[in-house]
Design a protein around this ligand. Structure first.
Ligand code: SF4
Ligand code: SF4
Length: 360
């Protein structure tokens, strides 16, 4: 009976667009939860306080679904080639954010799957990156991927460009076996290539050094010592995935909903846009997360890193912004592009500190 149920679930999930479906047997505590707790204790999560709030259900999913027995792990492949570099004053966006917001898109697919499971008398809990769940740990236990030295879930020879969804079910399904080993071998490409040296050791990420953290999650400007290493990344960073040999394969079959729409963004037009207009432009995409001021902050840092005097008018214009993080980033960029344009004073201590700090 449970064999049949599993086959049915797999068929529905595939029809809905999930590229891989695996099942793990529920174990409490969640594998790796002690390690995750130690990571939080070290402060590697930075300002991502929601991670701390969700510690208990991450460790024990039965707090949310008391009769949970099985864990359904679903992958949605989004491997696509980087569109040609337009050059000029443009910034890079991480792959996962090139298309529609995966929370909405996959969330809708999951809703349909949950409905189908409910019609079979099953209760579920979970989602796509929205519930407090250690997705990569379950993906590892279910044999979908192994944990790479870059801390990501990697499917050998298929790579890490996929969204993970996890659903806990109150039914015992036949489970899969974890992969027999790590497939990193002696490779250290990701650790070496990380522009900000965010891996204190293999399998350990210090998010407070990671470009993705600073351009998406963090409210403040990144530390001055890190900014020059951000290059043109304005939303996330893919370096530790791009160098991974498991990602060196042809792109996946196109999923129209995930089609790349904004892999590269024009920096002056981001900076010069009205805040509200900018948010409207990115409706339904992950790019809204840092809000307009966060995006402008990121674009100004990239402008400073590009070092092209053509960026001076946009950086000068940003000195008028009401958000002191935008003005501070504009000062940082102008120190590099046109020091004579740096103002003498600003009422905000944050901006004044940038003015006084000089280039760097
Ligand atoms: S996303 Fe970029 S900055 Fe963050 S760990 Fe990977 S390579 Fe380093
Ligand atoms: S780049 Fe190499 S070390 Fe890093 S995750 Fe990929 S295979 Fe492992």
């Amino acid at each position: 009976m449970s064999d049949t149920l599993r086959t049915q679930i797999e068929a529905i999930a595939r029809r809905l667009g999930f590229s891989a479906v695996r099942v793990a047997k529920l174990t409490v505590p969640t594998p790796s939860s002690e390690r995750f707790q130690a990571w939080i204790k070290e402060g590697y999560h930075g300002e991502m306080h929601w991670m701390v709030r969700g510690l208990a259900p991450r460790r024990d999913p039965t707090l949310r679904l008391p009769d949970a027995r099985s864990v359904l792990v679903l992958a949605t492949d989004h491997h696509a080639d980087v569109p040609p570099d337009p050059r000029g004053l443009t910034g890079r966006v991480a792959r996962y954010a090139w298309g529609r917001d995966y929370h909405n898109l996959i969330g809708k697919r999951l809703k349909k799957l949950k409905r189908a499971l409910s019609e079979r008398g099953l209760n579920t809990w979970g989602g796509v990156d929205t519930a407090p769940v250690l997705e990569r740990a379950w993906a590892q236990l279910a044999g979908l991927g192994y944990l790479g030295k870059n801390t990501l879930s990697i499917v050998p020879s298929r790579g890490s460009y996929y969204f993970l969804s996890v659903l806990f079910l109150d039914a015992e399904l036949p489970s899969d076996q974890p992969l027999p080993r790590s497939y990193c071998g002696r490779c250290t490409r990701c650790l070496v290539a990380c522009p900000t040296q965010a891996f204190p050791s293999p399998h350990l990420l210090d998010a407070t050094r990671c470009i993705s953290y600073w351009t998406i999650e963090a409210y403040d400007l990144p530390p001055r010592s890190l900014r020059p290493h951000f290059g043109r990344w304005i939303f996330g960073c893919d370096v530790c995935q791009e160098v991974c040999p498991h990602n060196h394969r042809p792109p996946s079959e196109a999923d129209a909903d995930l089609a790349p729409r904004h892999a590269w963004l024009d920096l002056p037009s981001l900076i010069l846009a009205e805040d509200q207009g900018l948010m409207e432009r990115f409706t339904g995409t992950p790019l809204r997360r840092p809000k307009a001021a966060g995006l402008k902050r990121n674009a100004l840092l990239a402008l400073g890193n590009l070092g092209d005097p053509a960026g001076v008018p946009a950086a000068t214009y940003a000195l008028q912004h009401t958000d002191d993080r935008v003005r501070a980033a504009a000062v940082w960029a102008l120190h590099r592009l046109a020091p004579a344009r740096v103002p003498d004073a600003d009422p905000s201590p944050t901006v004044q500190a940038e003015i006084d700090a000089g280039p760097g």
